[in-house]
Design a protein. Structure first.
Length: 287
């Protein structure tokens, strides 16, 4: 299935991960409409089947499963004959909880899904891009790859690591025609917070934590879908993904939502202790 070469996508093949809902689903629909050949992936087989029913070339890909990542990469390269133009790494989740309450296994699982799997998939696809002398690697990071806030330590650590790994990869790929771009959304209207509440229930011993009182308020907020202020629809992120794929010389970072822009400025301009007070207060107001 090739996209319309008269449209901006020009029929170029792009793999998007985490397409069952939210940003990934919106990106798959939006990029297909722009003429891209969209290869969509999802973690659950039922979601892969739904994507196929919607007319997408769809693949099973679970970042936390190394064998699954390898099989998906092989299948994508075979389907495109090695002509893959873009990779949009998107699927991720948040493990809430105070740092001292997050078990080692939960932190490891967060990194498997949010960083190690992304790294594995990306490295398996780079050779095809390198051989063609062009490509785009778009990493969906977060405002929490820029700043820290309470009770999000595991997720923040994975995104800080993603930012550093992506910056280094960009330097190493200079001159190859492959661009590495970070997209840093703030609050987006998806199931992200509701899913985070489920991970909290499974892994955090809230009753025996010194943060128990704060958890009561925070958990209720997560179950309601998180903060509503400044929240934008997934399509706002898709517009930045389009720019990352189509700009002749894309920016290194594209930020989405007012909080993401404010966070970038605050991190650059405010002294560390002042920033701690601001972010600590913002975290408390979210409880």
């Amino acid at each position: 299935m090739s996209g319309d070469t008269r449209l901006p996508g020009k029929g170029r093949a792009v793999l998007i991960t985490g397409c069952s809902s939210g940003i990934g689903a919106a990106a798959a629909t939006g990029l297909r409409a722009r003429g891209y050949r969209v290869l969509a992936s999802a973690r659950q087989p039922a979601d892969v089947a739904k994507l196929q029913a919607d007319g997408f070339e769809a693949f099973h890909l679970d970042y936390a499963d190394a064998d699954c990542v390898a099989e998906a990469a092989t299948a994508v390269l075979a389907a495109t004959g090695g002509t893959l133009y873009g990779l949009v790494n998107n699927g991720a989740y948040s493990q809430p909880g105070a740092v001292e309450d997050v078990p080692r296994a939960a932190l490891a699982a967060e990194f498997e899904a949010n960083l190690f799997g992304w790294h594995d998939l990306t490295c398996r696809l780079i050779p095809a891009m390198r051989a063609r002398g062009e490509g785009r690697i778009v990493q969906i990071s977060s405002v929490l790859g820029l700043i820290a806030m309470k009770y999000r330590g595991a997720y923040i650590a994975s995104k800080f690591a993603l930012e550093g790994l992506s910056d280094t990869l960009r330097l190493e790929l200079a001159g190859t025609g492959i661009h590495v771009v970070l997209v840093e959304p703030g609050p987006i209207a998806t199931r992200f917070s509701i899913n985070a509440a489920e991970h909290f229930r499974k892994t955090i011993d809230a009753e025996n934590s010194p943060h128990r009182d704060a958890y009561v308020r925070r958990r209720a907020r997560l179950e309601r879908g998180g903060a509503k202020r400044f929240k934008l629809p997934p399509e706002a992120v898709v517009r930045r993904i389009e720019q990352a794929l189509e700009a002749p010389r894309p920016k290194l970072r594209y930020r989405v939502t007012t909080p993401a822009h404010i966070a970038a400025i605050a991190r650059r301009l405010l002294p560390g202790r002042v920033l701690d007070r601001v972010l600590g207060g913002a975290s408390d107001r979210e409880q």
